[in-house]
Ligand binder design. Structure first.
Ligand code: PLP
Length: 365
């Protein structure tokens, strides 16, 4: 089976972890500080605050901005549920805007329609490794005086007009094993606002700057030095990882381009896409789920990100959500992600494209 994702952990990571374990300092310590400095530099920001998941990064970034009950935060329903759950954690209300058909990212025009006097922030998600339209979104934010928290959990190293994601507003990244780089579990907030960085640090550790002096309500969101040691090694490799993903994507696109019924990933010219996922659209008159089961039978792993938009999730329906967001709803039935990770070799990519071609040709002989 060619798997949809595969973390790459080498001897360097093993040695880095061993060194931390032998040092006796295994929770948050110097490795976390070093990782934060290196990640801030990588993202083109002044500060980074490491936490224990991407979800924690989103939660802490919202809290650092004082977002809470009575506030609304506009985001996309076509994302992992953590994006909007983090808004719920704060007591604020997630408001869903629809997406753009060709990039699957939040639609700036739909954002404008959803703004009310209660709107405080926008969380654009850089889905599949491609930045949202940050030009249009930053213009809206400036015009309406809104906070931007980027969900860059799938987009380490991605750019928009040459600028790194996570440096437009506050950035939030995940280091879960399936992401472009990993620390096991982990996350980080990037910012160039010193006050926000300091607040996020306090929220990370029970509202304290100084041990046992608590100035606000906080949590335990800390990253361990064990995780940070893995992150430092992975950060040294992320450039190569992303280059492999981009190369694999180019090769797949070349192999798949003449297949009827298949819509290939659209890369916005302004974006440096890092292909966290290589996601095609299976035209509506063909059953995506049949294509998936045929591929799986041929030992090709697949992913559906995401099969049900958040506003249609049982829990959100219980909260009273009943929006109509047609592009998101249609996309969730048509998307199919193919393996693209850096460990793939050319013959495996040939197997992926060959199998898909064979399946699609049966539908369009
Ligand atoms: C992975 C992911 C998250 C959550 O990150 P965790 O580290 O799993 O908490 C949030 N948003 C998006 C878009 C993600 O892909």
């Amino acid at each position: 089976m060619i798997s949809i994702a595969k973390p790459i952990i080498g001897e360097d990571e093993v040695n880095a972890v061993t060194e931390v374990l032998r040092s006796g300092v295994i929770a948050e310590g110097q490795k976390v500080k070093d990782f934060e400095a290196a990640f801030a530099q990588y993202s083109g920001t002044s500060f980074a605050v490491a936490v224990n998941s991407g979800t924690a990064a989103l939660h802490a970034a919202l809290l650092a901005h004082g977002i809470g009950a009575g506030d609304e935060v506009i985001t996309t329903p076509f994302t992992f549920v953590a994006t909007s759950n983090s808004v719920l954690f704060t007591g604020a209300k997630p408001v869903f805007a629809d997406i753009i058909e060709d990039t699957f990212n939040i639609d700036p025009e739909s954002i404008i329609e959803k703004i009310t006097p209660r709107t405080k922030a926008i969380i654009p998600v850089h889905l599949y490794g491609q930045a949202a339209d940050m030009k249009a979104i930053m213009d809206i934010a400036e015009d309406k005086d809104l906070i931007i928290i980027e969900d860059a959990c799938q987009a380490h190293g991605a750019t928009f007009e040459g600028k790194s994601v996570g440096s437009f507003g506050e950035g939030t990244f995940s280091f879960y094993p399936t992401k472009n780089m990993t620390t096991g579990e982990g996350g980080i907030i990037t910012t160039s606002d010193k006050d926000i960085a300091n607040k996020a640090r306090m929220i990370r550790s029970h509202g304290s700057k100084q041990r046992y002096l608590h100035e606000m309500l906080g949590f335990n969101l800390r990253m361990t030095d064990i995780a940070a040691a893995i992150g430092l090694v992975q950060l040294g490799k992320i450039g190569d990882f992303n280059r492999s993903r981009i190369k694999n994507a180019e090769y797949l696109t070349k192999s798949l381009k003449n297949i009827k019924g298949l819509i290939l990933p659209h890369v916005d010219k302004r974006c440096g896409h890092v292909f966290h996922q290589y996601t095609v659209r299976i035209r509506g008159d063909i059953s995506r789920d049949e294509v998936v089961s045929s591929l799986n039978k041929m030992d090709i792993g697949t992913g559906i990100y995401y099969p049900l938009p958040i506003h249609k999730q049982p829990f959100y329906k219980e909260l009273g959500y009943n929006d109509s967001l047609p592009v998101s709803e249609c996309s969730s039935k048509e998307v199919l992600s193919l393996p693209i990770h850096p460990s793939l070799n050319e013959s495996e990519i040939d197997a992926i494209s060959g199998s898909l071609q064979e399946i699609m040709e049966k539908r369009f002989p």
